[in-house]
Design a protein around this ligand. Structure first.
Ligand code: TTP
Ligand code: MG
Length: 349
């Protein structure tokens, strides 16, 4: 049985970043998305939702519903920066974090007092990012996620077992984890629309229709969801690369790019507490032929210096004169945890 689980989901994420960064947009219907003729809405502020604007809606329709809206093309770099900050705060709150998307994650709070810890998390996010999150606290994933959605925006919702028992029966089956349109349709044909219907349903019939999955559906109907919060497996390698808008012959351009990549890779290693043993350079020439070269560092490193130097050394070994470079990339692999003790070097005699 897992401990208390928290689900965090930022409110109107892209639109909230815009409102934070542009005070004139605060309190206004802000709609972010593709502004071209076939554009769709990525998201919109809660002010815009009052007009019926929603994510994934054609932008044309959003403009009809909310002609006075502030329409923005979006600036992904700022959203990613905010997302990184968010996930860094989450990792401080718990060692067991499962990121779900750019603005959403589960945390396992086993060993902590869940409600105060979750309140602190909400306050920390607001202070560091200047944005509001909605937070759900429960004893399983599916109910924690349900909870975070119940009082959006700026919500804080706890579903303990008593509250779960109050809430569950009236829920539409669609609210249960993993029940999509298709399963909803199958259930509807059996006359099952709510969780209460599902609880009452003939088990044998459910088994005939859903096979092994029937047990899982019934469990969910009783608020039983044994899935643990599972952090992603650590990356085996990370890399960055870029294709130049025009082929490059200038060494200084390649060097500058490599140093940038080294800084990015170093930041990623630092953030995840990893070190790299191997550095790999990749070049694609104008004729689309690729070369990659690797080298092993004397000691695993996360710092920009040794990673960048290794990249430069590899570049110096490749034939460049008279050749045009279309793409350059730098990667690190053979990653180890920073806390893993470095192998002891013993004297030979
Ligand atoms: P969501 O968390 O689904 O939406 P949201 O944060 O904008 O609003 P809320 O959670 O308060 O309901 O998605 C997070 C971001 O992902 C969202 O700000 C923009 C992006 N996104 C898209 O680009 N397209 C989509 O269809 C959806 C659903 C989200
Ligand atoms: Mg969100």
């Amino acid at each position: 049985m897992s401990g208390p689980i928290v689900h965090v989901d930022m409110d109107a994420f892209f639109a909230a970043v815009e409102q934070r960064d542009n005070p004139a947009y605060r309190g206004q219907p802000v709609i972010v998305g593709g502004l071209g003729p076939r554009g769709v809405v990525s998201t919109c502020s809660y002010e815009a939702r009052r007009f019926g604007v929603r994510s994934a809606m054609p932008m044309r329709q959003a403009r009809r519903l909310c002609p006075q809206g502030i329409f923005l093309p979006g600036d992904f770099a700022r959203y990613v920066a905010a997302s990184r900050q968010l996930h860094a705060i989450l990792r401080q709150a718990s060692a067991v974090v499962e990121p779900l998307s750019i603005d959403e994650a589960f945390l396992d709070l086993t060993g902590q007092e869940a409600v105060p810890a979750a309140r602190k998390l909400k306050a920390d996010i607001r202070e560091a990012l200047g944005l509001t999150a909605s937070i759900g606290v429960s004893y399983c994933k599916f109910l924690a996620k349900l909870a975070s959605d119940m009082e959006k925006p700026d919500g804080f919702t706890v579903i303990d077992r008593a509250r779960a028992e109050q809430l569950l029966p009236a829920l539409p089956v669609r609210a249960l984890w993993g029940i999509g349109e298709k399963t909803e349709g199958h259930l509807a044909r059996l006359g099952i629309h709510t969780v209460a219907d599902l609880r009452r349903a003939d088990r044998l019939l459910l088994r005939q229709v859903f096979g092994k999955r029937a047990g899982e559906l019934i469990d969910l109907a009783y608020g039983i969801d044994p899935r643990p919060v599972s952090p992603p497996a650590p990356a085996k390698s990370i890399s960055e690369e870029t294709t130049f808008p025009q082929d490059v012959t200038d060494w200084a351009v390649l060097e500058a790019r490599l140093r940038e990549f080294a800084a990015g890779l170093s930041a990623q290693l630092e953030r995840t507490g990893m070190r790299a043993r191997t550095v790999t350079l990749k070049l694609r020439y104008a004729d689309f032929s690729d070369v990659t070269r690797s080298l092993t560092l004397a000691a695993p490193a996360a710092e920009v210096g040794p990673i960048g130097d290794a990249g430069m050394l590899l570049l110096a070994r490749l034939p460049l004169t008279g050749r045009k470079v279309r793409l350059i990339g730098l990667g690190v692999s053979k990653l180890t945890d920073r806390n893993e003790p470095a192998q002891l070097l013993l004297p030979f005699d």
